[in-house]
Design a protein around this ligand. Structure first.
Ligand code: TMP
Length: 683
């Protein structure tokens, strides 16, 4: 079977898709804003985490200190268990920006007020509430990233996001030490700070959340219109409807083997990290006899590996499909863990810890990216909430279970052939951890194989019939209903003919006898509900006929072909609005047209409400869809245009036909009169 990555790349090259660079992402206005919020608030979060633990340890005193720290951990875990499944419903239902800003303000206020709380219980309660708000923030953020950055930047965005969230842990701990030290210093003058070295750190944390709120407030998460329309069309939110929607989310997860496989894989990767963190100190100190600094070295090696793995994903995804990469990374991680657990010295263990980190980082980023690429906006909040909660629980469970297992087995040494073999409980527990990861990897592989079989890959069968050099030009008009494509095409035809060009004007679906019959059926409201895949195939069939019998012959004669709608209609309507996904629709159509993509797409942009108001009373199957459907189409068009700046000319479709035509002409002139060549199609 052909590899997906080169196929996707070939299509991207044919369509003129913009390449993705990390620099472009980091200078992306909205993303860099969100990144600043994540960076500062995760840093603050780690500072606060250490400060709260230290605060309750002080309050608990020598006798109860350890118990108090456990109490805070429990308070932070409890919300996931109690409300976790419901949190995602909020991220899908409400304005994600307001949700995130509210959660930030709430968390900031709570951290700021912690120093004034009367006792341990109040701090437990605040920790619990803070975690509840984090439970809203994180899925809302993960679900928003695909709306914020172009699709091609998703893996970069995830790498950067994950590095920001988890890479700031060591820095956060150091900052806490600095701030607490500073507080002690001030304590020489102001006794209050000397007595409570944690307070300054807590206020610093509060400040980071306020900063994050400010950053997020200025973001446009592009969710608003579709989400508002959807929320408006649904019943009011009450307990029953929340439970129903949460169940809906789980049903969605259960029905998609690929999404389930990814989720399980990521959760198990988290459990693996839990095992490493909890067993690491004992492993380094006693199994490797590396003293107290050994663990630091192992963690550093792991961190370096993880960062590298996250950074490598984009390059590796070119060699191997993401789904294969995901499973290979998981199995590789487990293999390295087996080796690490068997190592006799710190140096060797650290050496193999690096590739183990690479595998973990890769698993993580590949899984996140595939989820974001494949889950539609509607379910994304719930999917990521399920993921966040399950991952957190797996992490905590691993933190407890692996040391317990190691302790239960205890130290074991064998003498084989005169040599002493150390088979401590820690090593065995690490192997058990690796076995769990291997099982997870196998589970994911089975799920992925099922979804791979169901995926169309017809492009691998396509002969490379690209457009001949020197042939005519294909110009397509796209837009939502009522955007005035018909009128503008007619004006464009006259304009081009006035310049002496040979023009063929046609439309989709239709333009051929066979196509017209398909058009009639697929647009007729009496046809009723059609399965989205069936619908995509009908449009692709009409397109194949049109390309083979009308468009290619005209292009071969050097003519200019104007077409009312083409592949991007299928990407927007069937791929985005009907939820089939861009990749599958593109692969299908690349086969149907044998790799023919337009030279220029004129996108007549208009708000769908305005467009629908222009449509006549007799509505076809598409015009009768609700406003949310058309809003999705409009958003999808803008996103596609953003990804293909050289092929798209976006035109404001409001105003008189002549005004709009003036704007259309700028696009036409761009492709038809390149500065260094005469216009094609001229006779
Ligand atoms: P039209 O009347 O603007 O030509 O519209 C045909 C309808 O078919 C329009 O509502 C969009 C829809 N359509 C798709 O959903 N997918 C496609 O690939 C094409 C060409 C049209």
């Amino acid at each position: 079977m052909a590899r997906a990555a080169p196929v996707a790349e070939e299509i991207a090259a044919l369509r003129g898709t913009r390449p993705s660079s990390l620099k472009e992402l980091l200078t992306h206005r909205s993303f860099s804003r969100l990144l600043r919020a994540m960076l500062v608030s995760s840093l603050g979060d780690w500072v606060g985490f250490v400060a709260v633990a230290s605060l309750v340890a002080d309050e608990g005193g020598e006798r109860l200190g350890a118990l108090a720290v456990a109490g805070v951990m429990l308070a932070r875990l409890l919300p996931s268990v109690l409300f976790g499944p419901l949190a995602g419903v909020f991220a899908d239902r409400f304005d994600r920006r307001k949700l995130m800003v509210g959660a930030d303000l709430g968390r900031g206020a709570m951290y700021a007020s912690m120093p004034f709380m009367p006792g341990l219980w109040a701090i437990f309660l605040l920790s619990f509430l803070i975690e509840c708000l984090s439970l809203l923030w994180t899925p809302a953020k993960d679900a928003s990233i695909p709306n914020l950055v172009p699709r091609r930047q998703l893996s970069n965005a995830n790498s950067v996001g994950l590095i920001t969230t988890y890479g700031t842990l060591p820095l956060g701990a150091s900052i806490y030490t600095l701030v607490a030290g500073a507080s002690n210093g001030i304590g020489a003058h102001v006794r209050y700070f000397g007595l409570h070295p944690q307070f300054l750190a807590l206020w610093l944390d509060a400040f980071t959340f306020f900063f994050s709120a400010r950053m997020v407030w200025g973001l446009d998460l592009h969710q608003n219109r579709v989400a508002r329309l959807r929320a408006g069309a649904e019943a009011k939110l009450n307990f029953n409807s929340i439970v129903r929607e949460a169940k809906d989310g789980y049903r969605f997860l259960a029905a998609h083997p690929m999404i389930r496989a990814m989720t399980v894989g990521i959760v198990i990767a988290f459990a693996g990290v839990g095992a490493v963190i909890s067993l690491g100190p004992v492993f380094a100190q006693y199994s490797l006899n590396a003293g107290s600094t050994g663990f630091g070295i192992l963690i550093t090696a792991f961190g370096i590996g993880m960062g590298t793995g996250m950074g490598l994903m984009n390059s590796l995804a070119r060699l191997l499909e993401k789904e294969k990469l995901f499973v290979v990374a998981m199995l590789g991680t487990a293999g390295c863990a087996v080796v690490v657990a068997a190592m006799p010295t710190l140096g060797l263990a650290a050496l193999f810890t690096v590739p183990m980190g690479v595998g973990t980082g890769l698993t993580w980023v590949t899984g996140y990216t595939m989820l974001q690429e494949n889950v539609t906006d509607e379910y994304r909040g719930r999917t990521f909430a399920t993921l966040t909660i399950s991952a957190r629980m797996a992490l905590f469970a691993a933190l407890v279970a692996f040391p317990a297992l190691a302790a239960a087995i205890g130290p074991l040494t064998f003498t084989v052939g005169g040599r002493e073999l150390d088979l401590s409980g820690v090593r065995i527990a690490l192997w058990v951890g690796a076995a769990v990861v291997i099982m997870g990897g196998m589970f994911s592989w089975r799920g992925l194989r099922r979804s791979r079989l169901a995926r169309p890959r017809p492009l691998s069968l396509a002969p490379r019939l690209h457009k001949r050099e020197g042939a005519g030009v294909l110009i397509v008009f796209e837009g939502v209903e009522g955007s005035g494509k018909g009128t503008q095409m007619e004006l464009a035809r006259r304009y081009l003919e006035s310049k002496g060009l040979h023009v063929v004007a046609t439309r989709e679906p239709g333009g051929t006898g066979f196509g017209d019959r398909l058009r009639e059926t697929i647009l007729d409201p009496a046809t009723g509900t059609v399965d989205p895949r069936a619908e995509a195939l009908v449009f692709a069939a009409a397109r194949a006929q049109l390309v083979a019998t009308v468009i290619r012959p005209a292009l071969d004669e050097g003519k200019v072909v104007l077409c009312d709608r083409f592949i991007d209609s299928s990407v927007a309507y069937q791929g985005a609005a009907r939820g089939l996904g861009e990749q599958d629709v593109l692969a299908l159509n690349a086969w149907a047209t044998q790799g023919l993509f337009p030279d220029l797409v004129i996108l007549l942009h208009i708000e769908p409400e305005e467009g629908l108001a222009r449509a006549n009373d007799e509505r076809d199957r598409f015009e009768s869809e609700d406003l949310a459907f058309h809003a999705k189409v409009a958003d999808a068009y803008l996103k596609i245009a953003d990804e293909h700046p050289n092929r798209f000319h976006v035109v404001d479709a409001r105003g008189t036909p002549e005004e709009v035509h003036g704007r259309v002409r700028e696009g036409l002139d761009r492709v038809l009169a390149p500065p260094d060549a005469g216009p094609p199609g001229q006779t």
